[in-house]
Design a protein around this ligand. Structure first.
Ligand SMILES: *Cc1c(COP(=O)(O)O)cnc(C)c1O
Length: 393
């Protein structure tokens, strides 16, 4: 190891350790689900994005097994070489149908989709307008592209309009937002964003990672929730949250999708998605369509836990998304409560700076349709006992 590089990295790690402590990956055992195994214990899992409980659904896992038997695991080639299988095209058609788009294209993850979409569709004559709280992958994707970038204050449509009005010289304009903001479950005001986009001849791009399968009567996502099914020009999303598999996609009209297939670097220069993952995601999409009761159960579980936490005296940001932000601002309150419920058999993460602003520390609780009422009651009881930690601080 080069000593100069090693010395610098070690001293930077020491500084980081001293300032905020080092992040440690939590290691759980067994499958993802409403409970997870950890250190020989079983914890109620309020930390996963498995909103519909599809990660461990028998039908999803069986379709992956069947694909594994028929096609193997890795394909050792990109889509543009000999990596494509029929299942990839079927999944792309399934995604397009779900979200109400003409077509869709797969990526290895939504992070990759967001890295690949801006540079492929836009040039230096174009301008992107980005919400200040957009996901890191959108920010990195915009950095990789030559288009100019304007950041508007979070959900501030006046600020956005001011920026739109000031860039009349642009060839194309694109407004970019998360459909659901992952730190607080807040849903973007798509009707007003779309209206502004119309007025300024801009395209609307939405990253619907926390909404696909979750929001709207058929699980089509944020647009459908507002009665605007198919009303987004460029939609990116993940197969790794509510759909319980892994992978990402971009959906839109044929010209968008065909352009990405031709020139999007994380599509062209990487291996095709493993066929068992594609098969699992396709089955998950079928279950999203065939089992609306999963979304009903998710809504009921979310409403129950939100009310229970509020009744215990916690400040919960309003909303109805299964991301429940429990606000515990200042000092170590969020971390202390997360540690207390963890000792009591409940897994939920505290978020602090730099993930959220100083003074907005919180615990992010995430609900699944797979949680039983017993599990939710156990979680609420743990949060109730944890209030003693707050009283003592
Ligand atoms: C989780 C998430 C991603 C990344 O999705 P992966 O498929 O896991 O890479 C991208 N954007 C948003 C808004 C997300 O929440």
């Amino acid at each position: 190891m080069n000593a100069a590089l090693q010395d610098r990295l070690r001293s930077e790690l020491d500084a980081r350790r001293a300032a905020a402590g080092l992040r440690r990956d939590l290691v759980v055992s067994g499958p993802q689900g409403p409970t997870v195994g950890m250190d020989g214990e079983t914890l109620v899992n309020l930390a996963a994005n498995d909103y519909l409980g599809l990660a461990a659904a028998p039908e999803v896992l069986e379709s992956a097994r069947r694909a594994l038997r028929g096609m193997g695991l890795g394909v050792s080639a990109g889509r543009v070489l000999c990596g494509s299988r029929e299942i990839h095209g079927e999944l792309e058609a399934g995604i397009a149908e779900l979200v109400g788009a003409e077509d869709a294209v797969l990526y290895t993850s939504c992070f990759d989709a967001n890295l690949g979409v801006f540079d492929a569709l836009l040039g230096q004559e174009d301008v992107v307008f980005s919400d200040a709280l957009n996901h890191a992958s959108l920010i990195d994707g915009m950095r990789l592209a030559s288009a100019r970038r304007h950041v508007f204050a979070h959900a501030d449509l006046d600020d956005l309009e001011r920026l739109l009005a000031g860039s009349a010289d642009a060839r194309n304009r694109v407004i970019v937002t998360d459909g659901v903001f992952s730190m607080d479950g807040e849903i973007a005001a798509l009707p007003r964003l779309r209206e502004l986009a119309r007025r300024y001849d801009a395209a609307l791009m939405v990253d619907d990672s926390h909404a696909t399968g979750v929001l709207g009567p058929t699980g089509a996502g944020t647009a459908e929730r507002f009665g605007l099914h198919g009303g987004v020009d460029v939609l990116t999303g993940t197969l790794g949250k509510a759909l319980g598999a892994a992978g990402g996609f971009v959906a839109g009209d044929r010209a968008v999708v065909e352009t990405l297939r031709q020139v999007s670097r994380p599509y062209v220069f990487t291996n095709a998605m493993a066929p068992p993952l594609a098969a699992a995601a396709l089955t998950a999409i079928r279950l999203v369509r065939e089992r609306p009761e999963l979304r009903e159960r998710l809504a009921a579980n979310t409403a129950w836990l939100r009310a229970a936490l509020r009744d215990l005296g916690y400040k919960v940001l309003p909303g109805d998304h299964p991301i429940i932000p429990v606000m515990l601002p200042g000092g170590t309150a969020a971390r202390d409560v997360a540690s207390a419920v963890r000792r009591d058999g409940v897994l939920a993460f505290a978020l602090s700076h730099p993930v959220v602003p100083v003074g907005e520390e919180r615990i992010r609780v995430q609900v699944s349709a797979a949680h039983t009422i017993d599990q939710l009651e156990l979680a609420a009881a743990a949060f109730g006992r944890a209030r003693a930690v707050l009283a003592g601080s």
